[in-house]
Design a protein around this ligand. Structure first.
Ligand SMILES: O=P(O)(O)OC[C@H]1O[C@](O)(CO)[C@@H](O)[C@@H]1O
Length: 402
């Protein structure tokens, strides 16, 4: 194993991908090549795009990390060059070294940036803005399972308020299992347990008393079967006066396969508004909320950066600071919040999230090695179970720091 320079006595080791058999290594060695193949199969790409995908595949399996290709000098304002300087700085330590030696968080993020480069997402040219993951996202949103989930919402108006709030929070939480990146190699994810490994839901609701005029920031994760329950939860927060204003933060470009962008919010709203009964009513209310600034869709380049939230730029920090509570969805947001490190699982979540500018709630199904804030008894039970509880997506948590 390569020496891990980031391991100081005060901080746990950074997750790398250099350990054969580790989860992080599997993602880089198996999931990323499989994803290249899926994207290739989904589009009528040109010879140049196929060749760029071949080069990327060869590089991630046999080569060393290469910088982004130089921008096109013949194009006066080449849109593909918008973040070159940034990546040159973020990658300085890792270029020229095997992909497996870079921090897992960095390597995954850069892989998605390079995949977008290979398919010419940033242009200039006809493929500019064509989301390579759109066919997978759209298929998921059209799935018959979604019709059933939407129909089930018709029982909501007659469900007692407390039960309804819990059900919607849990739907948003478990929606995080619907992560298409995860399913690239896990076609049949294990059965979800229904016990949470940590459950601070009561603190979350205490932070949002009705009628207090709160603002909630929701940092979204996946589109489709995660974003739909997120939107339904947002509608609940607004209509039941837990918040007067919600900001929904999405990715500025395709990322981790199914991560939500503005286009995905539009598709999900469309799915809701075109369904009969309660889901349609929810969709209409959400559209009204957007039209009246009670719900605002926001994005920021930092949401696709290979960095933890401790490195959040001042403008985003300032923007989020106005929220009463930030809800961070999903596994990647959790890794970025507490740091992508092999913490002692009993390290308090509150300590590791203290840097975040607002009270924060993490809603996450467990899909990577990072875990914090467990009590010893829960940890012992999980370890005794012999299951891959950290990475299989079968376990979930709600952790809140006031
Ligand atoms: O969509 P989520 O919940 O952020 O999960 C993404 C997760 O998928 C992986 O890319 C691989 O499972 C993890 O590294 C990452 O944390």
């Amino acid at each position: 194993m390569a020496e891990n320079p980031s391991h100081t006595p005060h901080e746990a080791p950074v997750v790398l991908s250099d350990q054969p058999g580790s989860f992080a290594r599997e993602v880089l060695a198996k999931r990323h090549p499989a994803l290249i193949q899926r994207v290739r199969d989904a589009f009528p790409y040109s010879r140049r795009q196929h060749s760029a995908l071949d080069t990327l595949l060869d590089e991630i399996t046999n080569g060393v990390v290469e910088p982004l290709a130089p921008s096109d000098p013949s194009a006066p304002s080449d849109p593909s060059a918008h973040d070159h300087e940034q990546w040159a700085e973020w990658g300085r330590e890792y270029f020229g070294r095997p992909w497996f030696d870079a921090p897992f968080l960095w390597a995954e993020s850069y892989f998605y940036r390079r995949l977008l480069e290979a398919v010419e997402y940033f242009g200039p040219g006809p493929w500019q803005g064509v989301d390579p993951f759109a066919p997978f996202k759209q298929a998921e949103l059209r799935a018959p399972a979604v019709d059933e989930q939407l129909q089930a919402l018709n029982t909501l108006p007659s469900t007692p308020a407390h039960e309804r709030a819990t059900a919607l929070l849990h739907a948003s939480l478990w929606g995080n299992r619907a992560d298409l990146g995860f399913r690239v190699t896990e076609e049949n994810p294990g059965t979800a347990t229904h016990d949470l490994v940590a459950d601070d839901a009561s603190t979350l609701w205490h932070l949002l008393p009705t009628g207090a005029g709160s603002t909630v920031a929701v940092v979204a994760d996946n589109s489709g079967q995660e974003l739909l329950p997120d939107l339904i939860l947002i509608d609940h927060l607004l209509t039941h006066h837990h918040a007067t204003r919600v900001t929904l933060h999405v990715k500025p470009h395709p990322y981790y396969v199914s991560d939500a962008m503005t286009a995905d919010v539009i598709d999900s709203l469309h799915r809701l508004t075109h369904a009969p009964g309660e889901p349609g009513a929810i969709g209409d209310r959400l559209r009204t909320a957007i039209a009246t600034d009670h719900l605002e869709i926001r994005t920021h380049p930092f949401f696709c950066a290979p960095l933890p939230y401790t490195d959040m730029p001042p403008d985003l920090r300032e923007e989020l600071s106005t929220a009463t509570l930030t809800i961070l969805k999903g596994d990647l947001n959790y890794r970025r919040l507490v740091g992508d490190r092999l913490w002692d699982p009993t390290t308090p979540f509150a300590d590791l999230s203290a840097h975040f500018p607002t009270p924060v709630a993490a809603l996450r199904t467990l899909k990577s090695d990072v875990i914090t804030g467990l009590d010893q008894k829960t940890l012992d039970t999980l370890e005794r179970s012999g299951s891959a509880w950290r990475t299989s997506g079968t376990h979930a948590l709600i952790q809140v720091r006031r």
